[in-house]
Design a protein around this ligand. Structure first.
Ligand SMILES: Nc1ncnc2c1ncn2[C@@H]1O[C@H](COP(=O)(O)OP(=O)(O)OP(=O)(O)O)[C@@H](O)[C@H]1O
Ligand SMILES: [Mg+2]
Length: 327
């Protein structure tokens, strides 16, 4: 039918333009620039991000749910003035869903309409025409390394643990050489490597070979102080005293034996919910009424509502008082 070209194929010869914003110059600079976009990283995360950018290595983030793993890719794209390309992983994700697939419907149509069958075109040439870029559907991974893009994007490969293990083998080629080989077309290689962020909720272990190519960081729940700063940035209308109670209460919840602990996303949502109810301080009834914003499992809700809410709130207030935050 058609042969596999042995040469490396560039989809376009358009040179890479340097319109992107510069990389941060230090860990401090990384921290400040992320914070300027309302993302409040730990010092360790800022260091890993800085190094990933500097060394051009993918960033692999594992951690608790709702702790800013996905968000950092969005913020990095904004910070560096790059487009964000997102690949959401799921069970059964394959190359057709992640990288490319041939547009069979269009190819069939072309055959029926006799496209590519200009006089003089032999069967081989017609087949080559049918397997040209024109009939290629580019999915996230191919878009991310497409050399015709003016700026290398940020590629977010989100929740990799949801994809099946064989998918990781395919990712290796992309992550090590920033290239994808399409048998009918050749090898497509990024003109400039994309900035890659991989995330996992660790429902299963990701293969060492993938991890080895990345800089790894475990995203933990933030400290009380950092979560307060996050809340200040994300819900600036929240009164300080209420914000303190909310964050301290959530930190107390995270010490309980719950099926699913509330993340930063839940802290933000809960604060918004409490503001919508015109809350000024927490009270046990308010907590019980709004637990559904924080906890998503009935067993967890049952553990915290009613008299337990009041007990936890008293403990939280004692802690805040001891830390000099309450009169
Ligand atoms: N360090 C942070 N600074 C600012 N906002 C944060 C931070 N961490 C989390 N958030 C907020 O929490 C929300 C949830 O974050 P995100 O969706 O990135 O979590 P995740 O770790 O990807 O969660 P999941 O594992 O459930 O996908 C974001 O919308 C963001 O507003
Ligand atoms: Mg996420």
């Amino acid at each position: 039918m058609h042969g596999t070209p042995s040469v490396s194929l560039r989809l376009s010869s358009r040179p890479f333009t340097h319109s992107r914003m510069t990389f941060p110059s230090s860990i401090d600079d990384t921290q400040q620039r992320l914070q300027a976009l309302d993302y409040v990283p730990s010092r360790e995360l800022a260091a890993t991000v800085f190094l990933a950018l500097k060394l051009q290595r993918p960033l692999f983030l594992e951690g608790e749910p709702g702790t800013g793993k996905t968000e950092i890719a969005k913020v990095l794209a904004q910070m560096l003035g790059r487009p964000l390309i997102r690949l959401q992983c799921y069970e059964g994700l394959d190359m057709a869903g992640a990288a490319y697939e041939w547009n069979y419907a269009r190819q069939m149509m072309a055959i029926k309409l006799g496209e590519g069958s200009a006089p003089g075109l032999n069967t081989e040439a017609r087949a080559q025409e049918l397997f040209s870029e024109r009939y290629l559907i580019k999915r996230a991974l191919l878009q991310a390394i497409d050399p015709s893009q003016p700026v290398a994007p940020v590629l977010l490969i989100d929740e990799l643990d949801r994809a099946d293990e064989p998918f990781e083998a395919f990712l290796l080629e992309v992550l090590s050489d920033y290239q994808i080989t399409i048998p009918e077309l050749g090898t497509i290689r990024a003109a400039t490597p994309p900035i890659v962020v991989l995330t996992s909720n660790r429902t299963r272990e990701i293969h060492d070979a993938v991890k080895r190519r990345c800089l790894y960081h475990w995203v933990d729940f933030p400290t009380l102080q950092r979560e307060l700063v996050i809340l200040e940035r994300r819900v600036p209308d929240a009164p300080k005293a209420l914000a303190r109670e909310i964050v301290a209460f959530i930190h107390r919840l995270r010490q309980l034996d719950l099926y699913k602990l509330p993340g930063v996303a839940e802290t933000i949502e809960w604060t918004r919910a409490l503001l919508a109810l015109d809350a000024v301080v927490l009270d046990p009834e308010l907590i019980s009424q709004t637990l559904g914003v924080l906890l998503k499992y009935q067993d967890d809700i049952a553990k915290v509502s009613g008299s337990e809410a009041s007990k936890l709130l008293n403990e939280v207030r004692d802690t805040l008082r001891a830390a000099g935050f309450m009169g």
